[in-house]
Unconditional design. Sequence first.
Lengths: 338, 300
Amino acid sequence: MSTDTATPARTSPPPRETRRPGRLRRSWDKHWYAWVMVAPVVIVLGVLIFYPLGRGIVLSFTNLTEANQLAEICSKSITGTEQCKANPNAWEFVGLDNYTNILSGKIGKFWQWLGVTLLWTVGCVVFHYAIGLGLAVLLNRPMRGRGVYRVLLILPWAVPAFVSAFAWRFMFNENFGLINSVLESVGIERVAWFADWRTSLLTAIITNIWLGVPFMMVTLLGGMQTIPGEQYEAAEIDGATPWQRFVNITLPGLRPVSMTVLLLGTIWTFNMFPIIFLVNGGGPAGQTEILVTGAFRAAFEGIRNYSLASTYGVLILSILLVFSVFYRRALRKQGEVW
Amino acid sequence: MTMTMAPGTTAGQSAPAPQANKPSRAKRSPLASLGLHATLIVASLIALTPIVWVVLSSFKPEQWVQSSELSLVKEPTLGNYEYVLFETNFGTWMLNSVIIAVVTMVIGILMSATTGYALSRFNFPGRRKLMMVFLVTQMFPVAILIVPIYQIMATLGLINTHASLVIAYLTIAVPFCSWMLKGYFDSIPTSLDEAASIDGCGPFQTFWRVIMPLARPGIAVTAFYTFLTAWGEVAYASAFIQTDDRFTLAYGMQQFVPQFNAQWEYLTAAAVLVTVPAGLVFLYAQRHLVSGLTAGGTKG
């Protein structure tokens, strides 16, 4: 990179240094300004992300809940002095109990939630990408009204996610929602969208597809504009059909962008909290809960079970880490340096 | 129906001939042209419908909002807006959201700017690792951080304060801003840095005097995007804030639609009020947004 060119030479260590500087010292002299520049963020990452992360992991090996979090129970005696004694039911380390309880299905519905999460993630990302790519291809050509289409198609992105969630929940309302009214006016019976887990999940997926397509579309459009036009001209001269040009030029040209947005899209969707939480509330009866919303409910509804929620968190993070490691390895195998 | 059929027909007839040469438009057959525009119009309608429907509903009185009869607007009224603005704490919630989002945005940008620059320009030991950390933080589910952060806040006595939300949002904003800003700094030619260093600027001076002014559009976009993220966050806001006067919009609006007896007419009016500022900011920022995001991602 531009390390040496972009910065003034600061090669000679301060003269008062007599003995030969160690490796760390030389490294510090060469890179101190870069490290100083990243220091605030590294500190914030450490304090705000990795310290809580560590705490979360430790929590997952305890049985801490709202009810047993105090180490001492204090009560006021009649004379007004406060008396404290050790809490007999205080939280303690329980080893892997949380994990075995969750994975064996004793507590919560991990496997069901995981299944719903996978359905949800795959459904959303596949349609995000397919529709986004289709629209990008259509927009990436000279035509009348291109700018107008572009702005209109981006609009869903401009609406805050929680507002979209409410809007769609309103439209899917069984009694007066727009969708049922339209269905009825063309002679189809109204559907109780939130009464069955399949249609209920479908509402959330449709909402999220609507929400996420603009990001994919704009990103892929950006990627397409970096593909040199000569490639298309050459292909046209060679008599390639539009379809062949799409498969052999556009798709390979989009590879780097696609790989990034697919990875990010998968991670974001997997962890997408507000849509499920606000559109169908995981209903009916918690059957469409995904892992993230399930963990949130464990942590903040009823008797708050902090340790269990942390265990879910650790499990979700592990799944995503394993996924991205395999994803990167698959890319490497195909010679992609990313 | 049309939505599922249309893309297939157009893709078959005239798939991509991107910016190749100008004559493309002339070459396209009328039928292909029709298919193209039909598809895009249908897609635009789908994109618009929910927004338009909410806007229309917000002007309807309750009995028409909750009616199964299909109507655009009947007996239009501003009553819903009046109620939301004057009879509820909506104004306070909005102020809370603005304060929290602005503070998060300013702190996030100030902290990440130098980091983005260092990542873009210097090949220091630990650079790749830091980039990886930013990517990994994208994977952190809200579920794993929310409990420990909640407990830390409780220990510090910060539950039900705006500070707790700002701190929680920084965990999202800081890695995101660094990543985005790196992408923007990448797009500023390094020859400028070289020129500055020949003129005797140190790395910090170069950054502050030369690069920051040039990166202003990128910084603006990153700032806006951070603002919007904080503006629309639900999980932390639902967990940390407990009293009505400290709610943010994302949480406060849930009050309108409890499980039973939802007041959709007020919700739609509130939705419009929330979306207009956010939408304007977004539409201004979006043009620059994506270039930064993908640049950061692909040049890793």
